[in-house]
Design a protein around this ligand. Structure first.
Ligand code: 0RA
Length: 616
């Protein structure tokens, strides 16, 4: 922690823009005015308090949710300056609270590493609050000022003496701006917990005055971590079995970039890398994560090669093999972060890659030299991962080779359509042979193909990759669809150039089992044929749930409301005398071919859900 010795006077705060802009276009400043934007207000204030912690002046932050949709954030930092701002001839407190970007963050002399997403300043919170009160303890005194919609309603007044320092901001978000004013305890608590791990030593408290515990006290929690990221990784991996007795912890600083990383290997197969820049999550990673991965690959490969661990392997190890069963948190503090990508969830500063790579590499090198037994455990895991990946590659190739050898031989169970034009062709993946038979009778064979799938298909989330390619149903889906997985520079790419149908329709029973199977198939597509999902080729058929009949008339119904309306249309408000018959379709098997066609397969009358909107 670098304590700032520079005097930070009232004049360092630069004035920039008016607050009307914030009220006019709140989304531009806080992202949105929904529940996310509402919580953004809290993080804006908390970020300022965290900056005080980072500067070495604050070790406690209290977040209090009140019953009237207002909120208090209190810290024991230096307190917002209150002296006269000469240019504006106003108290610095008023300037900080009422002038956009006046938080002091634009002053490079002061050590600030505020985030890029937040960091719009507490003045934004003020502008978007119907009421706000700031109370500052500083220079032996207590000062306060109140505001409404960002405009002062009182002077900065001295209200007492105090030998403490700190800031208390209480605010009630503006109900004319926000869609909801209901702060969510879980959302707040989860982020505060994360902040405790990311800022070791800091105490964070939350009190929710809206909820009381059995003993009458308010719902509350305290978050504090002395171990920082080390404990974060242990927390993230609490349900997994670790391979090392404790995570590897790296704390370093180079060229003004602070780097902190903790990593642990577990007996699982997934890669879990969480990354942060100035305490803000970077969901898409970025240069800091690249630097971390680079160091992992470089140091473990070198160690494995130098010590003969890889000598028996007949194939090359790829980067991902080093990250199987790896859980890591990568946190960097950068002076001027640049966030890239659509969601601004990716760090762009190119200099950070080499910095992180070197900091992590240096520590790993020593760790491996000094802990040969642990090194052996990790490298052994890497060899296993590479071997399994090679087995998966062979299995995958054999599925695809068979395809080529037999001249594109299609699965025996596929009833193909006669059209060879993928644009007009559809394939129905049908649960079970019997429904498959009905679908085959009911279809328009010109453009509709049927592939029956037997029973529950493999849960690809739980199976090892090479087992997936052993699975008959999955092999059939690859060959029938005509897609293949290709490997380029260690990356797997789905080749859909030869996709044989532009509509792939999952058609299962409208019961619990059916929706489970639909989920399993969707999961398979999401993990192994994601491009089909993203391009909108995957659909889920929606067979009707009911048929309501009276005499020769009948209606199909998909929802409760439709069922009620259908009954009503026959009974006209009278009680059902038994002449209105309601059939609940539990399975596709209860429908005949004609019914299946007219309700579910006929492009004119059917309703289908497109996967893209369901998953993404
Ligand atoms: C401007 C300058 C300084 C601190 C702050 C603002 C500040 C803002 C908030 C918002 C919530 N808590 C806060 N704590 C501090 C630097 C003060 C100095 O140099 O003494």
């Amino acid at each position: 922690m670098t304590a700032n010795k520079n005097e930070y006077g009232a004049n360092n705060i630069q004035a920039l823009e008016g607050l009307e802009a914030v009220r006019k276009r709140p989304g531009m400043y806080i992202g949105s005015t929904d529940i996310k934007g509402l919580h953004h207000l809290v993080w804006e204030v908390v970020d300022n308090s965290i900056d005080e912690h980072l500067a070495g002046y604050c070790d406690r932050i209290d977040v209090i949710v009140h019953t009237d949709h207002s909120m208090t954030v209190k810290d024991n930092g230096r307190g917002i300056p209150v002296g006269l701002h000469e240019k504006l001839q106003k108290s610095a407190l008023e300037v900080v609270m009422t002038v956009l970007h006046a938080g002091g963050k634009f002053d490079k002399d002061t050590y600030k590493v505020s985030g890029g997403l937040h960091g719009v300043g507490v003045s934004c919170v003020n502008a978007l609050s119907e009421y706000l009160r700031a109370e500052v303890r500083r220079e032996g005194k207590v000062f306060s000022q109140e505001y409404s919609q960002g405009k002062p309603t009182t002077q900065v007044i001295e209200i007492g003496d105090s030998d403490e320092t700190g800031t208390i901001i209480s605010f009630r978000p503006d109900s004319t701006i926000f869609e909801t004013l209901d702060f969510k305890y879980e959302t707040l608590a989860q982020r505060l917990k994360e902040l405790a791990f990311l800022n070791k030593g800091l105490y964070l408290y939350i009190v929710d005055e809206r909820e009381t515990e059995d003993d009458g006290s308010y719902r509350s929690e305290t978050f504090h971590s002395e171990g920082g990221l080390m404990e974060f990784v242990q927390y993230l991996d609490q349900s997994r079995t670790p391979l090392l007795d404790e995570p590897i912890h790296i704390v370093a600083k180079k060229d003004d970039v602070e780097v902190e990383v903790a990593l642990q290997y577990n007996t699982g197969y997934s890669e879990n890398i969480y990354s942060f820049v100035n305490n803000i999550t970077t969901k898409e990673g970025g240069t800091h994560v690249s630097g971390f991965k680079r160091a992992i690959t470089r140091e473990f490969s070198k160690y494995g090669n130098d010590n003969g661990f890889f000598s028996k392997l007949k194939f090359t190890i790829s980067g991902e093999d080093f990250r199987e069963g790896l859980t890591a948190v990568v946190s960097v503090k950068v002076q001027e972060p640049q966030f890239k990508g659509q969601t601004k969830g990716e760090l762009g500063n190119s200099e950070v890659t080499a910095i992180v790579s070197q900091c992590v590499g240096d520590v790993l090198k020593h760790y491996l030299e000094e802990n040969p037994r642990k090194a052996k455990i990790i490298v052994g895991k890497v060899v296993l991962a590479a071997t399994a990946r090679e087995a998966a590659r062979k299995a995958r190739e054999s599925v695809q080779r068979k395809n080529i050898l037999t001249g594109g031989g299609l699965p025996g169970k596929l009833s193909d359509c006669t059209s060879k034009d993928p644009l007009e062709s559809e394939i129905f993946l049908v649960e079970g042979d019997s429904a498959g038979g009905t679908a085959k009778q009911g279809r328009d064979r010109h453009f509709q193909a049927i592939l029956p799938l037997r029973g529950k298909i493999l849960n690809v989330e739980k199976a090892l990759e090479h087992k997936i390619y052993d699975n008959e149903e999955i092999k059939n889906m690859f060959t029938a669809l005509g897609v293949s997985i290709e490997e380029k520079e260690g990356e797997r790419i789905l080749n859909i150039a030869k996709l044989r149908y532009h509509k792939v329709v999952i058609m299962c029973d409208a019961d619990v089992d059916g929706s489970h199977i639909t989920t399993l198939i969707l999961t398979f597509f999401f993990r192994y044929m994601r491009a089909l999902v993203e391009k909108g080729h995957i659909y889920v058929a929606a067979p009707p749930l009911y048929q309501v009949r009276k005499g020769k008339q009948s209606q199909y119904c998909w929802t409760e409301e439709e069922r009620k309306a259908a009954i009503e249309s026959y009974t006209h408000g009278n009680a059902n005398d038994g002449s209105v018959k309601i059939q609940r379709y539990k399975g596709l098997g209860e429908m005949n071919a004609e019914q299946l066609w007219e309700t579910t397969m006929d492009p004119i009358s059917r309703t289908m859900r497109r996967s893209r909107s369901m998953i993404l």
